[in-house]
Write a protein that binds this ligand. Structure first.
Ligand code: CU
Length: 107
């Protein structure tokens, strides 16, 4: 019993550390010239990964006093990560497609 429980415990510990690493990363798809969601709530320090699932380029940015981010032109199939270290409301937009808007509420 004791011998058999050790691998189980190790598996649980490994699963927990994977979950801890995964926490703090949210993926948003860019498809059909839009973000897959219009708004997101995340925790301070979280990162959003923007995955370009379109057949053309995007170029996203955030402009606020506490978070300034400008991506390079983002080729189809590529991803861009934006970290949000400060609480507040932020807007992610795209230079190429002005109608693209993601509201991010960091708390
Ligand atoms: Cu775009």
């Amino acid at each position: 019993m004791r011998i058999r429980s050790i691998p189980v415990l190790a598996a649980v510990m490994a699963a927990l550390s994977v979950a801890a690493l995964a926490a703090g990363m949210v993926t948003v798809s860019q498809q059909n010239r839009a973000f897959s969601v219009g708004g997101l709530q995340i925790a301070r320090g979280d990162t959003i990964r923007f995955s370009n699932d379109d057949k053309f380029r995007h170029q996203i940015y955030v402009e606020s006093p506490s978070v300034k981010f400008e991506s390079d032109e983002q080729a189809p199939g590529s991803a861009v990560d934006i970290a949000f270290p400060q609480a507040g409301l932020f807007q992610v937009r795209c230079h190429i497609h002005p109608k693209m808007l993601l509201q991010v509420d960091v708390h």
